[in-house]
Design a protein around this ligand. Structure first.
Ligand SMILES: N[C@@H](CCC(=O)N[C@@H](CS)C(=O)NCC(=O)O)C(=O)O
Length: 207
C-alpha cells in the first residue's frame, strides 16, 4: 500500500524541531512547514495549543492524526512510512532494544544530561537517575555499532543522536570515546545535515 503523506510539521528554528526534520529527511517524506515563532510566542497561542497543549514544538499532523513529543514523532513516522526501513518489524527480536533506546533518549538520557543529579538517594526516586549511570549505560550501548542495533540504522538513532548532538554541541558533558565516535557517525548522515541546516539556518546562526 503506497500512501501519499499529508504531513504538516509545526516547528521553529533552533529547537527540537531538528529531531522531527531529521526523521522526515531520513524517510525522504514531503511535508508542509508551519513556522511557530517561539520569540513571538506563537507556541502559546490558542491555535497551536489546540495541537499541543504543552505549547511546545515540534508537533506533526498527518492526515488529521496529531503527534507530539520527538520520540513519538520518530516512532510514528518509522512505523507508518518506513516500509521496513528505520525500524525493526513488530515480531523482530531487535524490537525490544529499538523501543528501549528510543524512549531512553528523551525519557532518561536527556533529563539526566541537563540536570546531572549526583545525589544517589534523590536520584533513586527520579525517573532519569544518576548522570554517571546514564553515561555508563550509553557507553555500553554504543560499544558495538555503528548504530544502536548494529548494522541497522533506526529511528532510535535519530532520537538518541539528536539528544547527544545538541548536548555535545552545547558542551553539556564530556563524551566517552564511544559516545564521541557515535556522534561523529550520526552527524555525517546526509539527512542529519539537511535537518541541521534547516533548524539552524547559516544566515541566522553562522555555518
Ligand atoms: N519533550 C518534548 C520537548 C519539546 C520542547 O521542549 N520544545 C521546546 C523547544 S526545543 C519548546 O517548544 N519550548 C517552548 C516552551 O516551552 O515555551 C519533545 O521531546 O518534543
Amino acid at each position: 500500500l503506497i500512501v501519499s503523506p499529508e504531513i504538516t510539521l509545526y516547528g521553529s528554528v533552533a529547537s527540537r524541531t531538528f529531531t522531527a526534520r531529521w526523521m522526515l529527511a531520513e524517510l525522504d517524506l514531503p511535508y508542509r512547514l508551519r513556522e511557530i515563532d517561539l520569540r513571538r510566542g506563537d507556541h502559546k497561542q490558542a491555535d497551536f495549543l489546540a495541537i499541543n497543549p504543552m505549547g511546545k514544538v515540534p508537533a506533526i499532523v498527518d492526515a488529521g492524526v496529531t503527534v507530539t513529543e520527538t520520540t513519538a514523532i520518530c516512532l510514528y513516522l518509522a512505523d507508518r512510512y518506513g516500509y521496513g526501513r528505520l525500524c525493526p518489524a513488530v515480531d523482530d527480536p531487535r524490537r525490544g532494544a529499538y523501543l528501549r533506546w528510543a524512549v531512553f533518549a528523551t525519557a532518561t538520557a536527556e533529563p539526566a544530561i541537563y540536570l546531572q543529579d549526583t545525589d544517589a538517594k534523590a536520584a533513586s526516586g527520579r525517573g532519569w537517575g544518576l548522570f554517571t549511570d546514564v553515561l555508563t549505560t550509553l557507553d555500553g550501548a554504543l560499544q558495538g555499532g555503528p548504530w544502536l542495533l548494529g548494522e541497522m540504522f533506526t529511528a532510535a538513532d535519530v532520537t538518541l543522536g539528536a539528544v547527544l548532538a545538541v548536548a555535545l554541541f552545547n558542551r553539556r558533558f564530556e563524551p566517552t570515546p564511544a559516545i564521541a565516535a557515535y556522534n561523529e557517525r550520526v552527524s555525517a548522515r546526509p539527512a542529519y545535515k539537511i535537518a541541521a541546516e534547516q533548524t539552524w539556518p547559516p544566515h541566522l546562526f553562522g555555518a
